[in-house]
Design a protein around this ligand. Structure first.
Ligand SMILES: NC(=O)c1ccc[n+]([C@@H]2O[C@H](COP(=O)([O-])OP(=O)(O)OC[C@H]3O[C@@H](n4cnc5c(N)ncnc54)[C@H](O)[C@@H]3O)[C@@H](O)[C@H]2O)c1
Length: 315
């Protein structure tokens, strides 16, 4: 992939998956605006890229507000003259079950993930339309948004909403040759270290040990770098025409998610009364009821896999 003509913004790219995306884009030749709310990690990430011969600058901003989004797009244009790729990766967790979740827990997660994706994508779309040469919106979903996850009211709703953005914006921006896709990643990062079942693998990776093949394949859980190739591909001309997709990436697995479709329908002339629904449900609908949550395979017993995955794997 040759991205030398491209300019990208990657939000939340001071560490974790965002850093891997930024490094991957820069290694392919793109100029990158690294962003993080944490100044030290943002500056260190940009330095790591430039030390390796890449082009990068750091823009410290808390993604969510319109001003932050406009600062990011403005910085790309001021430093590198244009914008081609917006990767909306910044994220936080505030996990609690519904009955314990505070308004602040809810608002914080929705502000960074859902509003941050909206404001950054909108600022990028305005710029893409001005330039008139297409563009790439690369959003970030989650298995929790696709399937639901215990303890993640705020996060699963925000991530499901981001896939809703993909479906709508792919239609709205098609005429402008702007593609809109989402990654649904899984990777060993500070975020997944907060999940007890996955923490040992995150710590092992940090200590330089490989992630076991079962975990890489069956759980699709690998390093952040394992997810970076998909961002570089989506940023490149090789992905022209691919839009509206939610693409799973992690460990050894690349996958394509479905969008919801009606699975079964019944018809009653004049409409459905409560009694008619009660009569029809067992015969027409019951067999088609949908499952929720991720069904994870059981890992083989080993010292490195201390517990069976009682709760879903990844954020
Ligand atoms: N790690 C996984 O398995 C996984 C799974 C599904 C989805 N994701 C998503 O991938 C993205 C990256 O996750 P990660 O695992 O690398 O997490 P991480 O916590 O390692 O990194 C997130 C980065 O975002 C930054 N950030 C937080 N709020 C910000 C804000 N308002 N503005 C700018 N930067 C901000 C943090 O400082 C941090 O550097 C997130 O959107 C996350 O929800 C991760």
């Amino acid at each position: 992939m040759d991205l030398h003509e491209k300019v990208a913004v990657v939000t939340g790219s001071g560490r974790g998956l965002g850093l891997a995306y930024a490094k991957g884009l820069a290694a392919a030749g793109a100029a990158v605006v690294v962003n993080d709310v944490d100044a030290a990690t943002a500056e260190a990430a940009a330095k790591e890229i430039t030390d390796a011969g890449g082009r990068a600058v750091a823009e410290v901003a808390a993604v969510g507000a319109t001003e932050a989004a406009e600062a990011l797009v403005g910085r790309a244009v001021a430093e590198f003259g244009r914008l081609d790729v917006m990767v909306t990766n910044a994220g936080v967790l505030r996990d609690k079950v519904l009955w314990k979740m505070t308004d602040d827990d809810f608002d914080t997660v929705v502000q960074v993930h859902l509003k941050g994706t909206f404001t950054c994508a909108r600022a990028a779309a305005v710029r893409f339309r001005e330039q008139g040469e297409g563009g790439r919106l690369i959003l970030v979903g989650s298995p929790a948004g696709q399937r639901g996850n215990f303890g993640q009211t705020n996060y699963s709703a925000a991530k499901a909403g981001i896939i809703g953005f993909v479906r709508t914006w792919a239609m709205e921006l098609a005429r402008n040759n702007v593609t809109v896709n989402a990654l649904v990643p899984v990777a060993a990062t500070a975020m997944t270290e907060t999940i007890p079942f996955l923490a040992p693998y995150v710590q092992a990776l940090r200590a330089g040990e490989p992630i076991p093949p079962f975990i890489r394949r069956a759980l699709a859980f690998g390093s952040p770098e394992d997810a970076a190739g998909l961002v570089t591909f989506l940023a490149s001309d090789a992905s022209a025409g691919i839009t509206g997709q939610a693409i799973g990436i992690g460990g050894d697995r690349l996958s394509l998610w479905t969008h919801p479709v009606q699975t079964v329908a019944g018809y009653a002339e004049g409409g459905w009364s409560a009694d008619a629904i009660a009569d029809a449900w067992p015969t027409i609908f019951a067999a088609h009821e949908q499952s929720v949550g991720e069904k994870l395979p059981q890992p083989p017993a080993s010292p490195a896999s201390p517990a069976s995955p009682a709760s879903p794997a990844a954020s």
